[in-house]
Write a protein that binds this ligand. Structure first.
Ligand SMILES: Nc1nc2c(ncn2[C@@H]2O[C@H](COP(=O)(O)OP(=O)(O)OP(=O)(O)O)[C@@H](O)[C@H]2O)c(=O)[nH]1
Ligand SMILES: [Mg+2]
Length: 484
């Protein structure tokens, strides 16, 4: 299902949608190369495999032995240290920027890629390239230029002055998409906070230019309101939003404590944006979360109960996707949303097997997981979208304890996935017992049918003798009938 977020709802939003479509962006990719590409690639893939292998091993009972733990930490540290050099290729990176721009509702006016040894402090790209870009901007007449790289406030100002067009960077673009897609009050406040904090240092000497250049991508707040650009009002607004967020979080905390009184495990879906988390979530829960080819379709966490083959219940949580160089302000703004990930007993790391950058994406997701300090949580790797592979390739895939291949859209492999989740969850353990239940206890018998696996059943003298495998929480409710 392809749904364009923002299309449903009030007439105002369709007005916005049509206005946004007319906004055209010129994309600028930049590579600061200090070593050869091929070395990076081979280093990247070996490291990826090693780390994946290490991280995917289940933690033995009683914790991870010190040696294994040290090896794992060392591998993670090495991985993180290498991340800076393990960018996607500049072309792949630019392709991703194109997807991000489209997800923000922009049309593409043109693109340009520059390689240089190091950034120019004043304008990021060299002065010759600025001239060239000026020419391209003049002939393609975009509404804005988007740099595939972080810009300092002064670089952004200088570039706008030179090019006489609005300039934003990748972070601002991502913040804009988040602003458009946040639906809950909390999500909207988190994004607005991140946006205002990002904007503040960039306002100096820009008031006039900003108002001259008007609104559009990068200046839209949540709910597609215009972001505040008056310094003093921004400070006031930041304080206000922070207070509101505190209130929301207090309420969430209370709700969570209520939920935690039940022995139910949370299983969190994590993964790169567009990997298919929401599609998988819907397939497993029959829910109707927005699935979309656009990036960052999901921002607000959704929770649903599902029943595993053992008849145990777990809470499945769908949440925001990750991306490489996720703006730091956003990770901290979304810390509360990502609490479900931190509380989870098991992480399902969803990856898109068809993406040419799948390996890199996995490394990036692991990096964000480390930032959230959940790198030691057990996880299952779910390789999604196998329906798009050739039959031969599909048949060559082998599942293991930690890796399951699925297609969220066709349902292929979902049974195996549920079994794998079941095997990894320790909460509410399954017990095998015999029960002696009066036939008149209709409710008890119905519960057993719904919440246990019945291995045998015999009717005798007004009683039913059963042998079942059932979660502890279910058996606790029928203690009187369990045979010692
Ligand atoms: N062919 C195929 N497409 C899939 C599959 N799973 C998801 N998709 C498509 O991939 C795109 C992204 O899916 P989503 O479920 O929205 O991805 P997500 O991981 O939730 O993305 P964000 O919420 O943006 O982080 C959509 O166009 C889906 O239809 C699959 O198994 N096979
Ligand atoms: Mg989603």
């Amino acid at each position: 299902m392809r749904v364009r977020p923002g299309e449903s709802g009030a007439a105002a939003s369709s007005w916005h949608a049509s206005r946004q479509q007319s906004e055209r962006a010129f994309l600028v990719g930049v590579e600061f190369a200090s070593h050869s590409g091929s070395r990076t690639v081979s280093l990247r893939s070996t490291e990826a495999v090693a780390v994946e292998e290490l991280l995917s091993r289940p933690a033995p009972r009683g914790g991870v032995p010190p040696v294994a733990r040290a090896a794992r930490d060392a591998a993670s540290a090495r991985l993180l240290a290498d991340l800076e050099h393990q960018e996607f290729t500049p072309e792949e990176s630019l392709a991703e920027l194109r997807e991000l721009a489209t997800s923000a509702g922009a049309g593409i006016a043109g693109e340009m890629l520059q390689r240089r040894p190091k950034p120019d402090p004043a304008t990021l790209i060299g002065s010759g390239k600025v001239e060239e870009l000026k020419g391209a901007v003049a002939s393609t007449a975009p509404e804005l230029v988007i740099f595939d790289h972080e810009l300092t406030p002064s670089q952004q100002r200088n570039l706008e002055r030179e090019l006489d067009v609005r300039v934003i960077d990748r972070t601002q673009l991502i913040l804009d998409i988040f602003a458009r897609h946040a639906r809950t009050r909390e999500g909207q406040m988190q994004v607005e906070l991140a946006q205002l904090q990002y904007l503040l240092p960039r306002l100096a000497g820009r008031g006039v230019e900003m108002s001259q250049l008007g609104g559009g991508i990068g200046t839209r707040g949540p709910g597609e309101t215009q972001l505040e650009t008056d310094r003093r009002k921004i400070y006031r607004r930041i304080r206000h939003v922070q207070q509101q967020l505190e209130n929301v979080r207090r309420i969430r905390g209370q709700q969570r404590r209520r939920r935690e009184s039940a022995p139910i495990a949370t299983v969190a879906l994590v993964g790169y944006t567009n990997a298919g988390k929401s599609t998988l979530f819907n397939a497993l829960t029959k829910a109707d979360v927005l699935e979309s080819a656009r990036m960052f379709a999901t921002l607000d966490p959704t929770l649903r109960h599902i029943q595993l083959p053992s008849k145990r219940e777990v809470v499945l949580s769908d949440t925001v996707g990750f991306i490489r160089n996720l703006p730091h302000t956003l990770v901290s703004a979304f810390r509360a949303t990502l609490e479900e990930v931190q509380r989870a007993s098991l992480l399902l790391h969803i990856a898109d097997v068809t993406s040419p950058t799948a390996g890199d994406q996995q490394i990036q997701v692991e990096a964000v997981l480390s930032e959230l300090e959940v790198q030691d949580k057990p996880r299952l790797y779910v390789m999604n979208k196998v329906d798009l592979l050739s039959e031969k390739k599909r048949e060559s895939l082998r599942d293991s304890d930690n890796v399951v291949h699925v297609s969220a859209t066709t349902g292929l492999g979902l049974d195996k996935l549920l079994e794998a989740i079941d095997a990894r969850i320790e909460e509410d353990p399954i017990q095998r017992v015999r029960l002696h239940v009066p036939q008149s206890e209709g409710k008890v018998l119905a519960t057993l049918d719904a919440r246990s696996v019945v291995l045998s059943r015999h009717y005798r003298d007004g009683f039913v003798d059963l042998e079942v495998r059932a979660p502890e929480s279910v058996l606790r409710r029928m203690k009187n009938f369990v045979e010692k």
